[in-house]
Design a protein around this ligand. Structure first.
Ligand code: GLT
Ligand code: MN
Length: 336
């Protein structure tokens, strides 16, 4: 099966962080689109401050010319200081109104770009100190904001209304965030107006699950079970640390194999998208190495996944022979 690979335009960045200045030049969006095409990606992902509504028609033309698509478009609700204490779920009615208006504009731009999914990442929705937020109240605000935006899309674009995927994250930048896990995000989708519930799914990210000790495969299985796996953000993470956004399967190849096997087994037909943060030590000529690594690891493990004998796996499971199962998986993975 041919996979469609995508990556966020933010995955090719100058490398500035809280702890150090930029180590690479900044590329324009056009340069990044061309570079991504050369790498073999067929999709890009962007925020509304990376591809603005004004830029969208020109960018769409370039994408059409290069036969690229926008896999994901999203409103940036975390950078602007007006969203320091939340956006769609802010306690401040004025901030919420501005955020919903921004979301409606992002929906319009997503239609201009013909994006496949609109993502909502929970960025600044949360608290940093005990008693910092009334979560029940905040979830209510978030539900109302979603309903308003979904209604806007349905009214203005009818059948073409864009699927929305919630990307959960447990912490960072806030200490404790609203919708921390895939389960929370799916449960939230059922609180929405019943007319729009089927339009809202999830975008689980590997690192976001691992950073709190959760199992990504179980997360996407839960999403499959609910028909809610609208998109994926693949990468890797060395346990409970800050969000590392390492190359997919670079830390745990066996788990990478399990993720791909799970996607295949459940007939995932969406984008294979990578969410990455290139090492600051990767200067100009190495700036896209991380994307190359992801694609290579994904393709290698995908070929290995095709060699797995599912009847055998099921027999081991039925017999409760998990050491035998593990030895079998290792034999397929490590003999490759
Ligand atoms: C940010 C975050 C990612 C989200 C992006 C979507 S932005 O880089 O770390 O996981 O996918 O807003
Ligand atoms: Mn992500």
């Amino acid at each position: 099966m041919a996979y469609k690979f995508a990556a966020g335009v933010w995955c090719d960045n100058p490398g500035a962080s809280r702890f150090g200045e930029a180590t690479r030049t900044a590329r324009t969006i056009e340069e990044r689109i061309k570079a991504y095409k050369k790498l073999g990606l067929s999709g890009i992902e962007a925020h509304d401050n990376e591809i603005t509504s004004k830029m969208a028609p020109e960018i769409k033309k370039l994408l059409d010319d290069t036969r690229m698509r926008v896999a994901l478009y999203t409103a940036n609700f975390f950078w602007n200081k007006k969203y320091t204490n939340g956006a769609l779920a802010s306690h401040d009615a004025k901030v919420r109104k501005e955020a919903v208006e921004q979301l409606k504009r992002a929906i319009d731009t997503a239609h201009v770009l013909e994006a496949d999914v609109l993502v909502y990442w929970n960025g600044q929705e949360g608290q940093d100190v005990a008693f910092g937020k009334d979560g029940v109240e905040a979830l209510g605000y978030l539900r109302d904001a979603f309903n308003e935006a979904l209604e806007y899309d349905a009214t203005n674009y009818g059948d073409k209304a864009i699927p929305v995927a919630i990307e959960p994250k447990p912490n960072e930048p806030r200490c404790s965030m609203l919708l921390p896990t895939v389960g929370d995000a799916i449960a939230f989708s059922y609180s929405l107006d019943p007319r729009y519930q089927a339009k809202v799914g999830v975008n689980p990210e590997v690192a976001h699950s691992i950073m709190v000790g959760l199992d990504y495969t179980k997360d996407i299985e839960t999403a499959f079970f609910h028909n809610k796996l609208f998109h994926i953000h693949l990468n890797d993470q060395e346990g409970p640390k800050y969000d590392q956004d390492l190359p997919f399967a670079a830390v745990n190849a066996k788990r990478g194999l399990e993720i791909i096997a799970c996607l295949k087994h459940n007939g995932y037909g969406g984008w294979v998208s990578f969410d990455l943060n290139p090492l600051r030590t990767d200067a100009e000529d190495k700036r896209n190495n991380i994307i190359k690594a992801c694609m290579a690891n994904f393709k290698t493990l995908s070929a290995i996944a095709d060699r797995l004998d599912w009847n055998k796996i099921k027999r081991f499971r039925r017999a409760g022979d998990f050491s035998g199962l593990d030895m079998y998986i290792d034999s397929v993975l490590l003999s490759a």
